[in-house]
Design a binder for this molecule. Structure first.
Ligand SMILES: Cc1cc2nc3c(=O)[nH]c(=O)nc-3n(C[C@H](O)[C@H](O)[C@H](O)COP(=O)(O)O)c2cc1C
Length: 325
């Protein structure tokens, strides 16, 4: 399939694996890229720019296809060494960067100078238009369904994608709630040029996370996610568990007075325990409503091949068949 996104990124299929903390290691990124999609290493999961440089090298050893690096710009009093990470990306020869969080404008000149395509992930039409205006090459439009940070507008993709299509000139992919061929074809119908998946790619053979995480996603239904940190205006969609229920109790009890320190135990530094050690109640971890559509743990190639062949059948069979009469 050829879309503006496959052309822009030089990939075979219009499917991107979004950056995911303690999931987006070289093994997953390489597997997705080898299967014809775009795999993405999560920059900040690597504690230092040197470790990111090494992760990029490991990925290059596993694939000769294009892959990207995610750089998430978080509001922080002690920001990570962003100049160092940008340097590692440029010197590592990476040609695609997925930015997320705050406005990436400050970093665009250096990235563009190095011939890097920037796909900014954002959760609203106004932020998408801002990304277009500052020179991003594409956007990833993340609807309210998404795992991770859906923003504060709460607009689901059924509305957000056609709105984005009406306003944007640059290519965009649909993100949040995407799992299969139906998602891809629907996203294309709503004007997107492809799709970005997070949660679906965690439940794959190559995702280098503990088996408990994959099983938790397979076992979950679409009713099992919760929104946390809403009072802090840092909303995150997570899979419910004991720690999440405790966190929500604290939010209820403390109301508008809640501070980040109050929920430190439930959210800070929990990813390694969950993703690497499989301690599923160690804290809150991002997961999309799309868990309700995930029932198996295929390889990335099986997943992507199935999506593409079923999308073909959907378009040529079911959809054009509806017109035949
Ligand atoms: C476990 C997990 C960790 C994530 N970590 C990040 C991150 O560090 N940076 C980022 O930009 N997005 C992150 N995301 C968001 C994904 O890249 C993607 O936008 C989102 O998962 C799409 O929604 P879906 O899960 O419904 O497919 C994370 C998502 C998950 C599920």
């Amino acid at each position: 399939m050829k879309t503006r996104i496959t052309e822009l990124l030089g990939i075979e299929h219009p499917i991107i694996q979004g950056g995911m903390h303690f999931v987006g290691f070289a093994e997953l990124a390489a597997a997705v890229s080898n299967a014809g999609g775009l795999g993405v290493i999560t920059g900040l999961t690597q504690r230092t720019p040197e470790l990111l440089a090494n992760e990029i090298k490991r990925c290059r050893d596993m694939t000769d296809k294009p892959f990207g690096v995610n750089l998430t710009f978080l509001p922080s009093t002690q920001p990570p060494d962003y100049p160092g990470y940008v340097k590692a990306i440029i010197e590592g020869g990476v040609k695609i960067v997925e930015t997320a969080g705050n406005n990436p404008q400050k970093w665009l000149p250096a990235l563009k100078e190095a011939g890097i395509k920037v796909v900014h992930k954002c959760t609203s039409v106004r932020h998408s238009l801002k990304a277009e205006a500052i020179g991003c090459d594409a956007v990833s439009v993340d609807g309210f369904e998404c795992g991770g940070h859906p923003g504060e507008d709460d607009i689901p993709n059924m509305i957000l994608l056609p709105r984005a299509a009406d306003e944007l000139k640059i290519p965009f992919v649909a993100s949040g709630g995407m799992a299969d061929a139906r998602s891809l074809v629907a996203a294309l119908a709503m004007g997107a040029d492809g799709m970005n998946m997070g949660t679906r790619f965690i439940a794959t053979k190559e995702a280098p996370v503990h088996e408990n995480v994959k099983q938790a996603i397979v076992a979950a239904s679409e009713l099992d996610t919760r929104l946390v940190m809403r009072p802090l205006r840092n909303t995150e969609r997570v899979l419910t568990n004991v720690a999440v229920e405790r966190l929500l109790e604290k939010e209820k009890a403390l109301g508008a007075n809640i501070k980040f320190e109050d929920i430190f135990g439930e959210v800070a530094g929990v990813y390694p325990k969950i993703m690497l050690e499989g301690e599923m109640d160690a804290g809150a971890w991002s997961c999309g409503m799309v868990a309700g559509l995930i029932h198996d743990i295929p390889t990335c190639k099986e997943l992507i091949d199935q999506i593409m062949s079923e999308a073909d059948a959907l378009i040529r069979g079911r959809l054009s068949g509806l017109l035949a009469a």
